[in-house]
Design a binder for this molecule. Structure first.
Ligand code: HEM
Length: 182
């Protein structure tokens, strides 16, 4: 009889030195593997106030030339206590020759982004290739993201947004630290 709950034979790796070995095309981005947590600030001209948030971001791979990406944010009050869940998103970052990146990222707010860009040593820049919206999603026309590994345990992130009739401009900036969590 077959095992009713077999273990997945190809688990994801969260570190470059963990099996399976990263695909050669992942080389510029193996420093991102793992789980990151930190704080950021955000705003937009349509919002009355700036906001503070915390975020957990995870990158993993299964030996093929793409990263699994997941990010969950929550808002913070003025004492840094959690206020409420905020944006979350997940997707796939497909690595191509010469460090080209194609990313597919979806959000529960009804937004699906396809971004293209490039990866250098510890740096990734992505901008919108196509944006798809569900019928009730807010109007978002473009985004631009930059991730920088400023040292091997620090990841900074900036995110510009063109939405609700506003031109592309700052929405988020954060600094994340590597955690031990897989
Ligand atoms: C760390 C991730 C993010 C955080 C913490 C965040 C936070 C916020 C907050 C607090 C607001 C004000 C409305 C509210 O209270 O919910 C907001 C508005 C908005 N955000 Fe974000 N956001 C994040 C990521 C994103 C992403 C990835 C997108 C789209 C690509 C996005 C698009 C928007 C839009 C369209 C609005 C509405 C602006 C308006 O209607 O005036 N956000 N965000």
């Amino acid at each position: 009889m077959s095992d009713p709950a077999p273990k997945h034979p190809y688990p994801d790796a969260f570190r470059p030195d963990e099996a399976p070995a990263p695909h050669a095309l992942l080389a510029p981005l193996t420093g991102l593997l793992g789980t990151w947590v930190g704080r950021g600030r955000g705003g937009y001209p349509t919002l009355a106030e700036e906001f503070a948030y915390a975020q957990e971001v995870t990158f993993s791979h299964d030996g093929r030339p793409f990263l699994r990406y997941e990010a969950r944010a929550w808002l913070l009050d003025t004492d840094d206590a959690p206020l409420r869940p905020a944006a979350r998103e997940s997707g796939w970052w497909r690595l191509q020759p010469e460090g080209r990146v194609e990313a597919l990222i979806t959000q529960p707010t009804g937004i699906a982004e396809i971004l293209v860009g490039s990866a250098g040593e510890g740096t990734v820049e992505l901008s919108t290739h196509q944006m798809a919206l569900t019928p009730t999603a807010k109007e978002v026309t473009a985004s631009r993201r930059r991730y920088d590994l400023t040292d091997q345990d620090t990841l900074t992130f900036v995110h510009d947004l063109a939405a609700v009739g506003q031109p592309l401009q700052h929405h988020l900036a954060a600094e994340l630290r590597r955690t031990d969590k897989g």
